[in-house]
Design a protein around this ligand. Structure first.
Ligand SMILES: NC(=O)c1ccc[n+]([C@@H]2O[C@H](COP(=O)([O-])OP(=O)(O)OC[C@H]3O[C@@H](n4cnc5c(N)ncnc54)[C@H](O)[C@@H]3O)[C@@H](O)[C@H]2O)c1
Ligand SMILES: C[C@@H](CO)CCC[C@@H](C)[C@H]1CC[C@H]2[C@@H]3[C@H](O)C=C4C[C@@H](O)CC[C@]4(C)[C@H]3CC[C@]12C
Length: 410
C-alpha cells in the first residue's frame, strides 16, 4: 500500500485518463473504440485491470464499505486511492491484494490536495463529508467541508480529465423539512417542500446541486463530465457509531432503552453494504448509460423494514440483550422538545468552556419524530441495482458487529 500526504503517485501499471498513451488527456483513447468499461469481456486478462478509482472519505463508516466493496466487486480496478483526513489502520491489511491501494491523507477543503489525488483517476466516488447534526462543528466548517470540498472535487475532475463522479448525498437533501411534513414511502419524483435551516442538510443540498449542475461540463480533453448523486436514508450496519452509542446507553440503564418516539413514525433505513454496492454499480454503469444516468439522483434503498427509528434499532439491540420499555413514548412530546431545547441552550452557554453535544436536540428530535421513508425502483430501472444483502443477512451482520464490541467493521 502506498502512503501519500496530499498527492498520489506510484501507480504501477495503471494508466490514468490522461495516461493511456494520449497526450491530450482523452480518456482511454489508446484503447481505440473500447472505453474502460467496455473491457469487461477481457476481465480475465491482466489488461482488464486498468481503472484508477478515488474514494474520498474512504476511511469513514460508509467509505470503508465502499473501499472493500470495490476491491471485491470491481475486477477492472488497477489502483484504488483512499483519500481521507484521518487514515484508518485497517488500510494496511489491504496491501496484499492484486490492486494497488494508495492511502492519501488529505483535506477536501484544500483544492491542491484534491487535485493531486484526482490526477489520473478515471472515477471519483465522493463520500467525504462532515456529518454533524449535533452541533459539534460550526456551520461555517460544515459548509466549507461539504460544499467547498465538493466544489474542489468537481474542479479537480474538470482539470484532470476525470469523467465520472459519484456523489454521496443524503435523504436530508429532501427532508424532513422545517415544517416536519411527512414523506411517506416517496420516490425521487414525489413533490415535497425541501426547506432547511440546519447547516448539515443545507450543505448537502447545496453540494448535491453543484454536482448535478456539473454534469455535462467539459473536462480536460473535451469530453463531458458525467455525475450523479446517491441519497441514502439513515445508514446502519457494521461501523455505525450511533448504534453503538445506543447499545452502551442501554447497558448503562440496566439493559433498557426508553421509548421516546411513537412506533407509528416511520424512519427510512438502509444497510451500509447495499449503499456501498449501489455506489460501485453506479460508478460502473455511468459511462454505459451516461445519457440516462448523468445528472440524476437516486435514493438508496433495500428490503430493510419500515419502522420507527427506535423499533428499527431494536432489531439489532434486542438480540444483544436490550429491551425497549413502553409501547408508547414514556415522555410527552412537549417535554422531549423542552429537553431538546434545553440541550441546545446548554450547548450555546457552555461553548466557550467545553463542547456539549448530546444526541437529543431540536433538530435530531424533529428528524426522528417525522415520517420519512422511500419506496422506489429508480436504481433498478436505470442501472439494474438490486440489494446485494437481504434484510436477514444485513440484520445478522449488524447484530454480529454489535455483539463483537469492537470498532472495526470486519
Ligand atoms: N451515516 C448516514 O446515515 C448517512 C446517511 C446519508 C448520507 N450520508 C453521507 O454519507 C457520507 C459518509 O458518511 P458517514 O456516515 O460514513 O460519515 P463518516 O463521518 O463516518 O465519514 C466521513 C469521512 O469523511 C472524512 N472527512 C471529513 N472531513 C474531511 C475533509 N475535510 N477532508 C477529507 N476527508 C474528510 C472523515 O474523516 C470520515 O472518514 C457523507 O457524505 C454523509 O453526508 C450518511
Ligand atoms: C429522540 C431520541 C430518542 O431515542 C432519538 C434521537 C435519534 C437521532 C440521534 C437520530 C434519528 C435519525 C437520525 C438521522 C437519520 O437517520 C438520517 C441521517 C442522514 C445522514 O445524512 C446523516 C445522519 C442522519 C442525520 C441521522 C443522525 C442521527 C439521527 C438524527
Amino acid at each position: 500500500m502506498g502512503q501519500e500526504g496530499g498527492g498520489a503517485s506510484g501507480r504501477g501499471l495503471c494508466h490514468g485518463p490522461a495516461g493511456l498513451g494520449d497526450e491530450d488527456g482523452l480518456p482511454v483513447a489508446s484503447l481505440g473504440v473500447l472505453g474502460p468499461w467496455q473491457q469487461q469481456g477481457m476481465a480475465d486478462s491482466a489488461q482488464a485491470q486498468k481503472l484508477v478509482y478515488l474514494v474520498t472519505g474512504g476511511c469513514g463508516f460508509l467509505g470503508e464499505h465502499v473501499v472493500r466493496m470495490l476491491l471485491q466487486q470491481e475486477p477492472r480496478l488497477c489502483e484504488l486511492r483512499v483519500f481521507d483526513l484521518h487514515l484508518g489502520p485497517w488500510l494496511e491489511e489491504l496491501e496484499t491484494g492484486p490492486v494497488q491501494v494508495t492511502a492519501i491523507q488529505g483535506d477536501v477543503t484544500q483544492a491542491h490536495e484534491v487535485a493531486a489525488a484526482v490526477a489520473g483517476a478515471h472515477v471519483v466516488i465522493h463520500t467525504a463529508g462532515l456529518v454533524d447534526v449535533f452541533g459539534r462543528a460550526s456551520p461555517e466548517t460544515i459548509h466549507e467541508v461539504n460544499v467547498q470540498g465538493t466544489q474542489n472535487v468537481i474542479e479537480a475532475c474538470v482539470q484532470n480529465g476525470t469523467r465520472f463522479l459519484v456523489y454521496t448525498s443524503s435523504m436530508e437533501v429532501v427532508g424532513p423539512n422545517i415544517k416536519g411534513q411527512p414523506f411517506y414511502r416517496g420516490n425521487e419524483n414525489t413533490p415535497y417542500e425541501a426547506a432547511h435551516r440546519h447547516p448539515y442538510p443545507r450543505s448537502k443540498a447545496l453540494a448535491e446541486r453543484l454536482v448535478l449542475e456539473a454534469n455535462g461540463r467539459k473536462v480536460r480533453g473535451g469530453l463531458p463530465l458525467v455525475t450523479c448523486a446517491l441519497r441514502p436514508t439513515g445508514i446502519y450496519g457494521e461501523g455505525h457509531q450511533i448504534m453503538k452509542d445506543f447499545y452502551h446507553q442501554g447497558l448503562r440503564l440496566g439493559g433498557r432503552l426508553l421509548r421516546a418516539i411513537p412506533a407509528s413514525v416511520e424512519h427510512g433505513r438502509v444497510y451500509v453494504g447495499n449503499v456501498a454496492w449501489m455506489h460501485v454499480l453506479v460508478a460502473r454503469e455511468l459511462e454505459h448509460r451516461a445519457p440516462l444516468m448523468g445528472g440524476q439522483v437516486y435514493f438508496c434503498y433495500d428490503n430493510s423494514p419500515y419502522k420507527s427509528y427506535e423499533d428499527f434499532n431494536m432489531e439489532f439491540l434486542g438480540p444483544c440483550g436490550l429491551r425497549l420499555v413502553g409501547s408508547r413514548p414514556l415522555l410527552p412530546y412537549w417535554l422531549l422538545l423542552f429537553l431538546a431545547t434545553l440541550n441546545a441552550l446548554l450547548q450555546w452557554l457552555l461553548r466557550p468552556l467545553l463542547l456539549y453535544a448530546p444526541l437529543l436536540n431540536p433538530y435530531t428530535l424533529a428528524v426522528a419524530n417525522t415520517t420519512f421513508t422511500v419506496s422506489t425502483d429508480k436504481a433498478l430501472r436505470h442501472f439494474g441495482y438490486e440489494p446485494l444483502f437481504s434484510w436477514e443477512e444485513s440484520r445478522a451482520r449488524t447484530i454480529r458487529w454489535v455483539q463483537a464490541g469492537e470498532d472495526s467493521t470486519q
